[in-house]
Design a protein around this ligand. Sequence first.
Ligand code: FAD
Length: 458
Amino acid sequence: MSVAPASLERALRDRFGAEVVSDGVPASYLTDATEARGLSGRADALALPRNGEEVAEVVAWCYEQGVSITPRGGGTGFAGGAVPQGGVVVGLERVRRIRSLEPLLWRMEAEAGVTTADVRRVARENGLLFPPDPGAAEQSQIGGNVATNAGGPHAFKYGVTGDWVTGVEVVVAPGELITVGGPIRKDVAGYDLGSLIVGSEGTLGIVTSVWLRLAPAPEAVAPVVSLHGGTAPGCDALARIVGSGLPVAALDYLDGETLRRSAAAFPVTLDEAGFMILTEVDGSPEEVARLRQAVIEVLEEDATSVWAPQAATEIAALWRWRDGVSLAVQAERGGKVSEDIVVPFERLAEAIDETLAIGARHDLAACSWGHAGDGNLHSTFLIDPNDDDERARAERAADELFELAARLGGSISGEHGLGLVKGGRLAHQWAPGALSLHAAVKSAFDPKGLFNPGKKQA
Ligand SMILES: Cc1cc2nc3c(=O)[nH]c(=O)nc-3n(C[C@H](O)[C@H](O)[C@H](O)COP(=O)(O)OP(=O)(O)OC[C@H]3O[C@@H](n4cnc5c(N)ncnc54)[C@H](O)[C@@H]3O)c2cc1C
């Protein structure tokens, strides 16, 4: 039996009740952060299950009926992964219990719908650190972070979300709740199914709960911000930091074009500059004092100015500003097409310059910023989302970025995933044999192709 789209919501409601299936699908469930590039989807129904078992029941119903399923976290993704292409949206926001927290064992089990900020806050209140720090933490969910393997500025020292996941509870086809890993630190018994789920963008199953490793929270942190004359001297300074072996926790950059659009909200008045480095050290107060001084000395070699705030309020203001850079850039024209390409660290300057050149070729304002230490750029073209021609030019420019990433020996995505917007682009960097394996993994997990169709397609 299969259900016609028109009666799908009614059939789902008959089965699960108004408690779980909403009346209509609010527009906010049809978009994610790609709304700024004009993307929006459609859905026949919205289910908001309350726990993992209910998620499994909804999936089982959909799988039996041949209805597609779009898992949705906080809707902050930059790849259109949560933008539905029909069928049922399964929102995880009500599956949000912290199932366990064991500070002395440095671990937590959190359900998928707990926000990233709450995971970090609860850890912090117990003297611990959950290091992954993607920029929309108040809205994004830990399930979404796992599904995208999200990074953030501090990934340079601490790694990305997957590095902190020791187990996942996940609903797989045809509606079974399974657990891979758990509150254990090692597990090589089977193929690493947990790692396949991490970063799978809702195309292999729905994550309902995750076991997380935590670290002791550093006693002190000290950011250092330096300004440089342009991209070349800025990247030389980055290379000196990396080469020095100083264990900095974050190593971000902003190019001059990004600074021009975001400097007004910086916590202190900034001199005009062609490049900014934002780095941070952490540890015991003594260690931080020593590292901070060493980092300043390395940067000062050619920096035009250095700002190294020590007051907690100034440090918080600095990171709040950094979290807002993406929106500040977007505000200029109302929209942007931003791609999270990765290149080997030593090719960063080339990729930053090329981003501007590609923008110029397509008559688009361009800029980039990102996690320099990881070679991860947010190469951005500003657009008016209502201007179809501009949007089309930006998509062509994005294609050139993907070619650039592949040519420089990098990747078309370091953080946001393929989602909808990079569908079909994996061939830029993978050989046919690898692409076939990619497709085979998908069909092994999801033989009917119902989990998040149209996403993460090679
Ligand atoms: C201002 C801003 C700053 C950002 N900064 C960063 C950054 O520094 N680093 C970074 O990596 N990202 C960043 N992002 C992107 C985004 O926040 C991350 O990709 C985040 O992990 C998405 O989480 P979400 O809960 O919002 O997921 P959604 O956007 O809802 O979904 C993302 C993908 O995951 C799937 N999904 C969601 N929940 C589940 C689940 N429970 N089970 C299975 N699949 C699921 C969806 O189907 C979709 O494919 C930023 C976004 C914004 C708006």
